[in-house]
Design a protein around this ligand. Sequence first.
Ligand SMILES: [Mg+2]
Length: 229
Amino acid sequence: MKNQVQTIAFDADDTLWVNEVYFQDAEKKFCMLLEDFMPLHSVSQELFKTEMKNLHLYGYGIKGFMLCMIETANSVSEGNASMQLIEKIIHIGQELLQKPIELLPGVVNTLEQLKGRYRLIVATKGDLLDQERKLKNSGLSDYFHPIEIMSDKKVADYKKLLKHIDCPPESFLMLGNSIKSDILPVLELGGFAAHIPYHVTWTHEQHEHNLKHQNFLELKDISSILDYL
Ligand SMILES: [Mg+2]
């Protein structure tokens, strides 16, 4: 890997900075708003079903999440959610859109060590404006060129990305916290991939794995990649 890799792509949410815990907090607040209609756990399940149903329409990100919360509130309450409640839901989403950026440990040091030696890029999915905001507020933008905000992270999306950055798969290394989105598609294309687990994972991204592949690394944290480069 050491002599082959030229471009290193970083996932952003829960790889460079905290994300999923904010979503889970928001979801908890949302479920509590609807506690009178349904137990918390059932509201959460209903919300997830709505999110999966709408994923192909809204894509990933906070704005789609807000619309799904509103739709779920309407169905869970059987049409009895007040405008006041809807306003509270919108507030939950707007709060999420303004969360401070909390970098994960070792990120800056790792990027410092790698800059100049490799081309570093960001490959993330989510709302365009929100991801741009987070990158700007993270102070990390200057490490990366380019920053790719993708609508999804499937094999076809990575293929398009590699073509766009003019990089053969065998020179490409992807680092991320999601086996499903950051690892498997890249391995399928013949690239290298390193998994950096984060302590919470969105249900949709969960993937039990016991992955063994010659191009795959399981790391304990982001700095550990330096041992392989
Ligand atoms: Mg991620």
